[in-house]
Structures are given as structure tokens and as C-alpha cells.
Design a protein around this ligand. Structure first.
Ligand SMILES: [Zn+2]
Ligand SMILES: [Zn+2]
Length: 396
């Protein structure tokens, strides 16, 4: 049997087992960097498939390998994230979260179970390909600094460095059965901006005796918008949003300080650095010119995610072979962020989307909501599709 047919057959055969993995992980979610039971479960499953090349790293992450013939020929890495979110699940399903207040609302249970399925399939067909497939099960995608950075620090992309890395994410905008790709620019860097505007409080009726941080903060917020509208190239997607402002005065009290917090996102690492400097300079300078002060704290998040064009084109072609041309779609950029971006800074990387939406079944909720769920039919596709992509990449 041709390897493509065999992979398809195995993906179908194991789909219920993979659904079982998914339901177990979904029912037992763990927050970022606390995925102790999840990673143990993953290791147990891998060992039950007969995979023994397993190395634990990043505290709650692991790397496993399946070698084909001529294992030194080439290595391709596949990645899944394992952490859940601090959300109280509102779905009434048999596999509902048993850890109240914690929920797999971003589909990382799906990514983990799908990659387990991929590993099982590839382990079974290993006599039919040349090279090595490395499986990265990482912690902490949802929380800075991002588990991917720890995986890289601990050597997940070394000995040898893989020729490429592929990641998959559920997509509730895309109907089940469809797979979405984007070449080049795909997701944004995301940094948190914290501004403390310091003035001098006083009576609302005697502003001349105070330094009003509310007025300074208002000027800063408005002025900041020109960092985007006048400094960023109109050809460059970028956004600055302040979603939080706290000034605890009253109708007749000018407070001492105002705190503002926001997010800055960009699709270009050079512009990202320039913009962060401009933001700081403008906030400090403006506050000073009005008699106050501004303390700026920038918490750096994930970098910009670039999908390597050649790798993306090839895995998209592999998807066409696997699910047919009609089920492969191009997707737009998003200013969401993903820590998969760290890998894309080290090796050619591609991050694609697995359709999980089903309107007829009422499965339309977006990720990070208490009603998010997927059409599990996606788990009949995901494992084999990724296995096929990996096998094809080894042949390049
Ligand atoms: Zn998420
Ligand atoms: Zn996610």
C-alpha cells in the first residue's frame, strides 16, 4: 500500500482513540506551566505506542522522536501546546472540565491529542520513510514568556536542528473538513504597555494647586494614536489599544496618579522596536511638558510570526493531496499572537489552521470563550494530515 493511503487508513482507524485522548485532556485541563498531569499522560500514551525516544524539558514539556530508515537524513519537527485557560466551562458535555475555573478553551487539548495520533501513525509507518520526526509537546502557550521560549532554551531545536517545524491550531471560523494556510506574514508580536502618569492630587476646584494626571493621561492616550497613524507605514498592519485606565479621584478630587494599560501589536520586528521607543519617549515627554511624570513599563510578549513561504507552499500542497483542493483555503493575517512565533525565528516554520466549526451542531463559539467546543470530526483529519505533511517534508 502507498504510504498516503496507509496514513489515511490509520488516521481513520485511530480517530476514536484520538477523540478519547482529547476528551481525557479536555476533562483534566491544567493552567500554563502547570501541565504536570497532561505531560505525564502524553508520555504514557507515547510509550504505549512503542515510542521510547522521549526527553522531558521546559519542566512540563517533552520532546519525542520517531526514526525512519536513514534517521540522520533529515529531521522535521511537529509541535503541540498543552495548556488551558482560567475560564469556567459553560458546555454541558460528558467531557466537561473537572477542574472548575480551568478550561481548554483554545483547543490545545485538540492539538495535543491530534499530535499523539500523528505520532502513533508515524511510528507505525516508520519503515516507509527516511529521516526523523520530532514531536514537541510544549507548556505555557497562553502566558508570557511563552513555553516555546523555554523549549528552545532547553534544546528542542538542537541535535540536530530540524529543517522545519509545523504547528496546527483549531479555527472556529473555518468549517470542519477545511484547512487554512497563509504564506509569509501571519500573526503579530504582542507587547503589554503599562503607563503610570504621576501628577499631584488636590481639590477639584483648585486645579492651579495640583498637577492633574487625568488631563495628562488623556493627552497621552490621544497622542499615542499618532504613533500608529503617522509613524507606521500604511502598508504595515499594526495596532495600539489602551483597554484599561484607572484614576481614582472623584468629581471634586484630582488624584495623584493615573494608570493606563494597553497592547501594542506589529507584524515587523524592526518597526516593533522603533514603536516601543516612540511610545516611551512620547509618554515621558508629554507628561514632563505638562508638569508631571510618566513611568513606562513594557512587558515583552511573543514576536511576530512569519510563515516560511516555501515550507507553507509545500505543506499546503500536501494538504491538497490529503483533503482535496476544495478543502484547502487561504486565510487572512491576524493581529492575534502565538508563541509558535519563537520557533519561526530559529528555523523555517509554518502554522496552519484546522477547521473545527459546525453550524448545524451549534459549534460556532470563538476560542477563549466558556462555550468554545469543536466538531470532533476534525480529529479524523488532523493526525493523518500532519503525518502526511511530515513525511512529504522529509522527501524534499
Ligand atoms: Zn489561546
Ligand atoms: Zn491557542
Amino acid at each position: 500500500m502507498k504510504i498516503l493511503e496507509e496514513i489515511k487508513l490509520l488516521s481513520q482507524r485511530y480517530s476514536q482513540e484520538v477523540v478519547g485522548f482529547r476528551r481525557h485532556i479536555h476533562a483534566h485541563p491544567e493552567l500554563s506551566y502547570q501541565e504536570f498531569n497532561t505531560v505525564q499522560y502524553v508520555e504514557q500514551q507515547l510509550r504505549s505506542f512503542g515510542i521510547t525516544a522521549i526527553q522531558s524539558l521546559a519542566t512540563t514539556g517533552l520532546v519525542a522522536e520517531v526514526q525512519g530508515k536513514n534517521p540522520g537524513k533529515k529531521t522535521i519537527a511537529l509541535r503541540a501546546d498543552m495548556d488551558a485557560l482560567p475560564i469556567l466551562e459553560a458546555n454541558n458535555v460528558p467531557y466537561k472540565s473537572t477542574n472548575a475555573g480551568v478550561m481548554h478553551a483554545c483547543g490545545h487539548d485538540v492539538h495535543t491529542s491530534s499530535l499523539l495520533g500523528t505520532a502513533k501513525i508515524l511510528n507505525e509507518v516508520s519503515a516507509k520513510f527516511e529521516g526523523t520526526i520530532r514531536f514537541l509537546f510544549q507548556p505555557g502557550e497562553e502566558k508570557n514568556p511563552g513555553g516555546a521560549s523555554y523549549m528552545i532554551r532547553d534544546g528542542a531545536l538542537k541535535n540536530p536542528t530540524p529543517a522545519g517545524i509545523i504547528g496546527q491550531h483549531v479555527f472556529p471560523f473555518l468549517p470542519v473538513g477545511k484547512i487554512g494556510f497563509r504564506e509569509g506574514m501571519y500573526m503579530a508580536s504582542a507587547d503589554e504597555i503599562y503607563l503610570k502618569v504621576i501628577g499631584r492630587g488636590g481639590h477639584g476646584a483648585t486645579p492651579e494647586l495640583a498637577i492633574d494626571p487625568i488631563v495628562i493621561a488623556s493627552h497621552i492616550i490621544i497622542a499615542m494614536q499618532q504613533v500608529i497613524s503617522r509613524n507606521a507605514s500604511p502598508k504595515q498592519p499594526t495596532v495600539l489599544t489602551f483597554g484599561n485606565i484607572i484614576g481614582k479621584g472623584a468629581t471634586n478630587i484630582i488624584p495623584d496618579e493615573v494608570n493606563i494599560a494597553g497592547t501594542f501589536r506589529a507584524m515587523n520586528e524592526v518597526w516593533r522596536e522603533q514603536a516601543l521607543q516612540k511610545i516611551e519617549k512620547l509618554a515621558v515627554g508629554l507628561a514632563e511638558s505638562m508638569g508631571g511624570k510618566c513611568e513606562v513599563e513594557i512587558s515583552r510578549g511573543y514576536p511576530y510570526l512569519e510563515n516560511n513561504p516555501e515550507l507553507t507552499r509545500r505543506i499546503k500542497q500536501a494538504a491538497v493531496e490529503y483533503v482535496g483542493k476544495d478543502n484547502v483555503v487561504d486565510i487572512d493575517i491576524t493581529l492575534g499572537a502565538e508563541d509558535f512565533a519563537y520557533y519561526s525565528q530559529v528555523v523555517p516554520a509554518s502554522f496552519y489552521r484546522l477547521g473545527t466549526r459546525n453550524e448545524a451542531k451549534g459549534l460556532t463559539s470563538y476560542v477563549h470563550t466558556p462555550t468554545f467546543d469543536i466538531d470532533e470530526d476534525a480529529l479524523a483529519i488532523g493526525p493523518g494530515l500532519m503525518a502526511w505533511m511530515a513525511v512529504k517534508e522529509l522527501e524534499v
